[in-house]
Design a protein around this ligand. Structure first.
Ligand code: PGA
Length: 248
């Protein structure tokens, strides 16, 4: 049985001080032994978040990192800097990073490889635009994103990865995918992993749905066969996140 993983993507929200306040508020609401709960906060708040989450079930994750060890990359954060303070999860290739910061499938792959090299769990994002969905190329597109993201990733590493399927048209729009739409693509992703590796790896890898998940839609989405939890943006900043984590 795959353990569900519910992650909050705080995006560019909350100062370090506000982060501590919100974690204190959410801590009792997100208690749940059956699931992994991760808060992906802005880089500047990681240390404060780790401190605030100490002794709770909340894991802290980053929203991005560079794929080099160190060097002349002004403004960037290296993987070893994250692990040094105790960050074990990192979102990679979010569609906002692809759209606004020119991330490509190639850089996503480099970051995924680096995350594993440093013992971090990557939350690898994929998903189609509205035009792609309307053109009927969703599955082809997502399969390509997955195939490139996993280039040279070993089987033992791949099964530890988390994939977040996030249709771009559903992110921050209030237009959640239907559970059938989400399940169809998550199932196709699992089949793709089976083709790249084997059925054992496909069975173990965790696939989240993301895009306008709310406390009202979580239960149906997360109970689909191939959906192992969610990556939650807007609703992760509110007490509602407690209801999402405790959706059953
Ligand atoms: P949303 O964001 O829940 O606000 O749609 C999800 C995400 O971008 O990860």
């Amino acid at each position: 049985m795959r353990k569900k993983i519910i992650a909050g993507n705080w995006k560019m929200n909350k100062t370090p001080t506000e982060t501590v306040t919100l974690i204190e508020e959410l801590k009792p609401l997100v208690q749940n032994e059956k699931e992994d709960v991760v808060f992906c906060v802005p880089a500047i708040s990681l240390a404060a978040a780790l401190e605030a989450a100490k002794g709770s079930n909340i894991e802290i994750g980053a929203q991005n990192m560079h794929f080099e060890e160190n060097g002349a990359y002004t403004g960037e954060i290296a993987p070893g800097m994250l692990t040094d303070i105790g960050v074990n999860y990192v979102i990679i290739g979010h569609s906002e990073r692809r759209e606004y910061f020119a991330e490509t499938d190639r850089t996503v792959n480099k970051k995924v490889l680096k995350a594993f090299e440093h013992g971090m769990t990557p939350i690898i994002c994929c998903g189609e635009s509205l035009v792609q969905r309307e053109q009927g190329v969703t599955i082809d597109w997502v399969r390509q994103q997955i195939k490139i993201a996993f280039l040279n990733v070993k089987k033992e590493q791949a099964k530890e990865a988390v994939i977040a399927y996030e249709p771009i048209w559903a992110i921050g729009t209030g237009k959640v995918a239907t559970s059938a739409q989400a399940q169809e693509v998550c199932k196709a992703i699992r089949e793709c992993i089976k083709e790249i590796y084997d059925s054992g790896t496909a069975k173990e890898i965790r696939i989240q749905y993301g895009g306008s998940v709310t406390a009202d839609s979580a239960a149906e989405l997360f109970s689909q066969d191939d959906i192992d939890g969610g990556l939650v943006g807007g609703a992760s900043l509110k007490p509602d996140f407690g209801r999402i984590v405790n959706y059953r």
